[in-house]
Design a binder for this molecule. Structure first.
Ligand SMILES: [Zn+2]
Length: 172
C-alpha cells in the first residue's frame, strides 16, 4: 500500500495540496500528565504550558507519559502553517531592529501559547523567510512589522486554508 505523504509534502514554491486535515492533531485524549521530550512542554488538566517548575516535578514521576508534542511534530516534519516573507533593501539596512522585533514577538507568543512558534528563519537571496507553526502568529508578525516600519504588507489565506502567507516589503 502506498503511504499518503501529501499531507506532509511541502513545496514552498508551489504550495501544498489543500487539506483540512491536521496530521498532528492528536486523535485521542492524551494521557495526563504528559511531557514533551523535545521542548519540555507540560500537558495536564487538559492544557499545555511551558511551566518548567511543573516539568521538573513531573520529570521523575513514573506516571508521566513521554510524548513529542504537536508543535515539535510539526517542526520535525517541516510543516509550517505560516510563511512570512520579508524583502526590500530597507530590510537589510534595518536588519538588526527587525530581527529584534521578530524575536520579541516570538517570545511573547510562546508565553501566551506554547504552540505558537517560529520554526525557522531562512535567508533566501534578498529575502528573509520565517516559517511558523501557527497561522495567526505569521499574520501577527507581519502586522507588528508593518506598524513599526510601514512598508507594504500582504496577508493571503488564498489557496490553502491551512496556510497563511504573509509578505512584507519595503524598498527605501
Ligand atoms: Zn514539544
Amino acid at each position: 500500500m502506498k503511504k499518503d505523504t501529501r499531507k506532509y509534502g511541502i513545496s514552498s514554491k508551489r504550495g501544498r495540496q489543500p487539506t483540512n486535515l491536521d496530521p498532528f492533531k492528536p486523535e485521542e485524549a492524551l494521557k495526563e500528565p504528559s511531557l514533551c521530550t523535545t521542548c519540555k512542554t507540560v500537558y495536564q488538566q487538559q492544557r499545555w504550558s511551558l511551566d518548567q517548575e511543573e516539568y521538573r516535578k513531573l520529570e521523575n514521576d513514573p506516571k508521566t507519559n513521554w510524548i513529542t508534542c504537536p508543535a515539535c511534530q510539526k517542526i520535525a516534519a517541516g510543516y509550517p502553517e505560516g510563511i512570512v516573507t520579508l524583502s526590500g533593501s530597507y530590510l537589510w539596512k534595518h536588519e538588526e531592529e527587525i530581527q529584534q522585533i521578530l524575536k520579541n514577538e516570538e517570545h511573547k507568543a510562546l508565553e501566551k501559547n506554547p504552540f505558537e512558534r517560529v520554526i525557522r528563519k531562512i535567508r533566501d537571496d534578498d529575502k528573509l523567510v520565517i516559517e511558523t507553526t501557527d497561522k495567526k502568529l505569521a499574520e501577527h508578525l507581519g502586522r507588528v512589522l508593518h506598524k513599526a516600519h510601514r512598508g507594504k504588507l500582504d496577508i493571503s489565506w488564498a489557496g490553502d486554508p491551512d496556510l497563511c502567507r504573509v509578505s512584507w516589503e519595503r524598498m527605501l
